[in-house]
Design a protein around this ligand. Structure first.
Ligand code: ADE
Ligand code: ZN
Length: 341
């Protein structure tokens, strides 16, 4: 055990007590099978599973699209404001249990509005749960509205139009769903409009897509963070640029494993990223589908890559430094990490 850990339990306890932010979490991907069944009953929606075990058995994916097909089907049980509240409240309770102090969560409005659920219903339920989590646990939060990249830019523009009355509750926009074949360039104009409205911007890039997609996210979408970014490592000039620009990467180890972005967790590039001076963070992506919340993600890579205490502290510091919190709040969280170390 490097750097002072005498056992796996000690390493797990260190991770559990570490103050953290989570910057890459799709709220619809935190829908646990138990809540899926409850909401299916509540809303009289048929789901093609007879038991929680059957649901879990269906979560065997060979790539991103395999997962997305099940993910969009799963979110079909969400209908009313209370459903979005219950979903978000359950995630906040899990984040609190992992000593997560700040969350920046994605939501996919087009996954709901295309089924006839009103934008207002989605955002009201999520927002009410986030307010209650701040009051109850002291967890602060930001909401990031993602555009589904398999849909058109015109549909993204219409979604941004729908969001205009709620901009006070939305910190930024993101880009998710099927990556290959849907490069960032497709969304250049809508991202420019979002930036003009004062919104932060992030994009999934380099999860399955090539390094050119990461370049496009930086050059054309002018993103504040890259979500995933794994395939950046194939382009040494890009790695240098990401390091020079102190660009935050929101890395998701168990997601990468479940979606076969990597063959096994020992081959995860997180340590290579840290060694290259990249500002990597650890996140859970879609924890209900990928088998673990944020601490499980830290522990999986810490075990497999023999991460030191210093490396774990760096990852936690990066999560606050790369957040959209103001400087005073960042400084408070970083001081809490200093006190913990
Ligand atoms: N939507 C939810 N999870 C995603 C992921 N890992 N990549 C792209 N789109 C997503
Ligand atoms: Zn994601």
């Amino acid at each position: 055990m490097p750097d002072g850990f005498t056992s796996r339990d000690e390493r797990a306890a260190f991770i559990a007590g570490l103050p953290k932010a989570e910057l890459h979490l799709h709220i619809e991907g935190s829908l646990e099978p138990g809540l899926m069944f409850e909401l299916a009953q509540r809303n009289r929606v048929a789901i093609p599973f007879a038991s929680v075990d059957e649901v879990r058995a269906a979560y065997a994916f060979s790539n991103l699209q395999d997962f997305l097909d099940i993910y969009y089907q799963g979110m079909g049980v969400l209908h009313g404001e209370q459903d979005f509240y219950d979903l978000t409240a359950a995630y906040c309770a899990r984040a609190h249990a992992d000593n997560v102090r700040h969350i920046e969560i994605f939501f996919d409005p087009q996954g709901h509005t295309t089924r006839g659920v009103a934008f207002e219903t989605v955002i009201a339920g999520i927002d009410r749960a986030l307010r209650d989590a701040e009051a109850g646990y002291g967890i602060t939060s930001k909401l990031i509205m993602c555009f589904l990249r398999h849909l058109s830019e015109a549909e993204a523009e219409a979604t941004l139009d729908e969001a205009l009355p709620y901009l006070g509750r939305i910190a930024g926009v993101g880009l998710d769903s099927s990556e290959v074949g849907h490069p960032p360039a497709k969304f250049e104009r809508v991202f420019a409009r979002a930036r003009g409205l004062g919104l932060k911007t992030v994009a999934h890039a380099g999860e399955e897509g090539p390094p050119t997609y990461v370049h496009e996210a930086l050059d054309l979408l002018k993103v504040d963070r890259i979500d995933h970014g794994n395939r950046s490592l194939e382009d040494s000039a890009l790695v240098q640029r990401l390091a020079n620009e102190a660009m935050t990467l929101t890395v998701c180890p168990l997601s990468n494993l479940k979606l076969c972005v990597i063959d096994d967790i020992a081959g995860h590039p997180l340590k290579t990223m840290l060694d290259a001076g990249l500002r990597a963070t650890v996140n859970s992506d879609d924890p209900s589908y990928f088998g673990g919340y944020v601490n499980a993600n830290y522990l999986a890579v810490a075990d497999a890559l023999d991460l030191s205490k210093d490396e774990l502290l760096t990852l936690a510091r990066n999560s606050f430094t790369g957040s959209f919190l103001d400087d005073a709040a960042k400084a408070r969280h970083l001081a809490a990490i200093d006190a913990y170390s």
